[in-house]
Structure formats: C-alpha cells, structure tokens
Design a protein around this ligand. Structure first.
Ligand SMILES: [Zn+2]
Length: 129
C-alpha cells in the first residue's frame, strides 16, 4: 500500500496552518481555505496511554509537519522518542497516525483503506450512467 505524500490542511490569509478543520482561523479569525501539505513530519513528543477503553496500550504523540502544522497523533511503528523521529502522517477515520520506521499497515487498515477507495469511486460510476 502506497502512503500518501500529501495530507489535507487549512491555511488562513496570514499563513496560520491547521490540520484539523475550522471555519475561521483560531489565531486571527480570518477565513480558512483548504490546502494539501506534505505528510512528512517530526515526532516532537510522545506518551503511552495504558488505561483506555480498548484495554491495549495506545502510543500518542505530537507531530509537527515540515510546513509547521502540529497535531496529536497515534504512533505506529518504531520511534526512538527523542523528539527528532521522522514520521509520515496519515489521516484515517478522522485521526492522524504517525508512521515511524517499520510501521506495519495491518489487514484492518488495508481493508478500511480499500473500502474507502471503493466508496470514493462509486459515485463517479453512478454519474456516468
Ligand atoms: Zn490565522
């Protein structure tokens, strides 16, 4: 499965960049427009949440893209946790995932990604009729 090199983001006329959707910039209150930015990021902080509803430890981090947008993310794969890990951000089910080295895209991830891809192509097929 090929990883996307770009992820959706939102930028205001003053250059503030947000990965999560807002109608107006939380900093300067000007209207935001949707842009695509590089998915490359640096994992600047991380923690492990051991008590959560899933019963499995979840690794969470803060990633900063090369263009300066910051987001909370779920960590997948191997990271050193020294604040300099290079990761790739992937948006899945409304959450950002930071893929470190040897991140494995499990069968659940692939099934979800392929069903989304089919969902995106379905309306195009209907419109051709
Ligand atoms: Zn702004």
């Amino acid at each position: 499965m090929r990883l996307p090199r770009r992820i959706p983001a939102h930028r205001c006329s003053h250059g503030c960049l947000w990965l999560h959707e807002h109608l107006y910039c939380p900093n300067c209150r000007t209207r935001l427009e949707r842009v695509n930015i590089a998915s490359a990021a640096v994992l600047v902080s991380h923690t492990t949440v051991r008590v959560n509803p899933t019963g499995e430890p979840i690794r969470l981090g803060v990633a900063r893209t090369t263009t300066g947008a910051t987001t909370l993310c779920v960590i997948r794969g191997v990271v050193r946790g020294n604040g300099r890990d290079r990761v790739v951000l992937v948006l899945r089910d409304g959450r950002f995932h930071a893929l470190g080295r040897r991140a494995r895209l499990d069968s659940d991830w692939q099934a979800s990604a392929s069903s989304r891809a089919q969902g995106q192509s379905a309306p195009r097929r209907h419109s051709r009729r």
